[in-house]
Design a protein around this ligand. Structure first.
Ligand code: FE2
Length: 338
């Protein structure tokens, strides 16, 4: 699978008009993913669609050595943006866009996080501020954009708010110390809970505040840092089939919730620690995580900034069917509201 995707990306980058395609990433990213896939035979493409989708059903798709992260890689950047322009960053972005296209996911960002950049650097940042501190610490299990609705649901106060992403896409440019990304399958969390805990988590009795990266952006668009009251942590999808939204620091019982609610959250947090397992992204790897059934976190990153420090790119995917047309910022084909 990796070989075919890598060849398609390499062919795209070897075209004489490659620069123009790369420049279009920030205008019409879905079209670029499709352009890369045009380099595959129809039968190869359909096999890749089946296998990528099949693997993501289990929560996680890990493609190893799927792009060239070595040729001409500059020092690691020191902030979410900008992306240093170089061959490995272009290869990483094209690969993520191609894989999104295979999965039927639209590449998306949120205008209220990191200025709506489609791809951001995940790196250790210098300085004393909150995001600098957070950038080097370990991170406990969570889903991304935790306060935004599940697809098919609406935010009660701001109905235009787009759903949280279906998938979190990570591409590793550098990871010299093999810092682990921690993954926590919802299935394994639930197996450690009682029926009564699960019942509590299904009820609309939680208060969820947005994560730090969304704070300033949602204040700018909505007037306040986004939060929702009286929503559930689990959404039932069928027999023993759930979606989850969770973060240790952003999910709490509503003011009126019974005590059992708090206990259920404590058990989820405990289960997260027990079942978290590490995956290591090597340079040139891509991981797509199902943001509804697989929580993620990471080990401590270490203090090195710039130079040879760990450097991932992150982007999001959302099933095209899950995106209401009004969810995009005006004039953008990928930036979701708020
Ligand atoms: Fe995250």
């Amino acid at each position: 699978m990796e070989v075919e995707i890598r060849q398609a990306v390499d062919k795209t980058l070897a075209q004489t008009d490659a620069d123009q395609w790369v420049a279009r990433i920030d205008q019409d990213p879905a079209a670029i993913g499709e352009h890369v896939l045009q380099h595959l035979d129809a039968s190869v493409r359909s096999t890749l669609e089946k296998s990528t989708r099949g693997q993501l059903t289990n929560g996680l798709l890990h493609l190893k050595g799927v792009f060239d992260a070595a040729t001409g890689l500059p020092d690691s950047p020191k902030g979410f943006a900008p992306l240093p322009i170089c061959l490995p960053v272009n290869a990483a972005r094209l690969t993520v866009l191609a894989v999104n296209q295979l999965l039927g996911h639209a590449p998306v960002s949120y205008g209220s996080e990191n200025d709506g950049h489609l791809f951001v650097n995940l790196v250790a940042m210098p300085g004393q501020g909150r995001s600098a501190e957070k950038s080097t610490k370990g991170m406990r299990g969570h889903t991304d954009a935790v306060s935004f609705p599940f697809p098919g649901q609406q935010d009660s106060r701001h109905p235009r708010i787009a759903p949280s992403p279906d998938a979190v896409c990570l591409a590793a440019l550098r990871n010299p110390d093999d810092i682990a990304t921690m993954v926590i399958p919802l299935r394994q969390i639930l197996s450690r809970l009682d029926e009564a805990d699960i019942e509590q988590l299904k009820k609309d009795q939680f208060l969820i505040t947005c994560q730090g990266t969304f704070k300033d952006g949602t204040i700018a668009v909505l007037g306040d840092a986004h939060q929702v009251e009286d929503v559930s942590v689990l959404l039932s999808r069928g027999v023993n089939d759930f979606w989850v939204r969770f973060s240790h620091s952003n999910v709490a019982p509503s003011y009126t919730a019974p005590e059992a609610t708090e206990q259920a959250l404590v058990k989820v947090a405990q289960a997260c620690e027990e079942v978290a397992h590490p995956i290591v992204l090597g340079a040139g790897d891509i991981v797509i995580l199902d943001n509804r059934t697989m929580l993620h976190g990471r080990s401590e990153v270490g203090k090195e900034v710039g130079g040879n420090a760990r450097w991932l790119l992150r982007s999001y995917g959302l099933a095209s069917d899950n995106i209401p047309k009004t969810a995009f910022h005006e004039g953008s084909s990928f930036k979701l509201w708020p």
